[in-house]
Design a protein around this ligand. Structure first.
Ligand SMILES: Cc1cc2nc3c(=O)[nH]c(=O)nc-3n(C[C@H](O)[C@H](O)[C@H](O)COP(=O)(O)O)c2cc1C
Length: 196
């Protein structure tokens, strides 16, 4: 590693050390309106074969997050039995843990040259850029889906149109306790060099 000589050492070190913070351990402050717009610009600046923007972003305003919580709780009760008040509180609070939640929606388009798989990957890249951008601004963040992202009844409430899927909800705020590291893969378990 000692022969590394990055042109952007700060960015390099930032990427080497970046990590998420659980949404339930964050609170405010979060990014303001202009910061969110800048983050969306960064999220949109990703490889996108054919320049078709197969994704869009939805920020859920604070009042709407409260409403989403009520809708999630109602849906949870509809599809589950035997839940405690504590569980219902968790369900109700899924979108009010942090000041800013942005849905990254994968919106693949019919295209003669760009397979849907590539378009889905581009949405993942957009979500990652949003997460990294939020960290670069100085906020903490976490990419979550949780069960709510896969519920067809709730989907339209998150701004998902027919044919679209939620790539993730990027939760952005500020950590309330020190960041801990988590295990990472050993390079040799995930990397190989083919020579023939
Ligand atoms: C598409 C996607 C969905 C995720 N959904 C969840 C989730 O629902 N719950 C959860 O605890 N973690 C979820 N995670 C993992 C968190 O983002 C977790 O914080 C992350 O793996 C930590 O990685 P980092 O520290 O490298 O950012 C998800 C990750 C991805 C990529």
């Amino acid at each position: 590693m000692s022969d590394l000589n990055p042109e952007h050492p700060e960015t390099f070190a930032f990427l080497q050390n970046r990590r998420s913070v659980p949404a339930k351990t964050m609170s405010g402050p979060g990014p303001g309106e202009n910061e969110v717009r800048a983050l969306i610009e960064i999220a949109s600046r990703v490889p996108d074969h054919g320049k078709i923007a197969p994704w869009h972003f939805v920020q859920y305003g604070p009042d709407y997050c409260v409403k989403l919580g009520e809708m999630i709780e109602a849906r949870f009760k509809e599809i589950n039995t035997g839940y405690s008040d504590g569980i219902l509180e968790i369900e109700r609070g899924r979108f009010t843990r942090v000041p800013v939640v942005i849905g990254v929606i994968s919106a693949p388009k019919e295209h003669s040259k760009v397979p849907q798989w590539e378009q889905v990957l581009s949405a993942g890249a957009a979500a990652m850029n949003l997460l990294t951008g939020a960290n670069a601004l100085g906020y903490d963040a976490q990419w979550l889906t949780e069960w709510v992202a896969f519920d067809d009844v709730l989907a339209p409430k998150f701004g998902v149109k027919p044919g679209e899927k939620i790539a993730g909800f990027i939760h952005i705020g500020t950590k309330q306790m020190p960041k801990t590291e988590r295990d990472r893969p050993q390079i040799d378990d995930v990397f190989s060099i083919m020579t023939d």
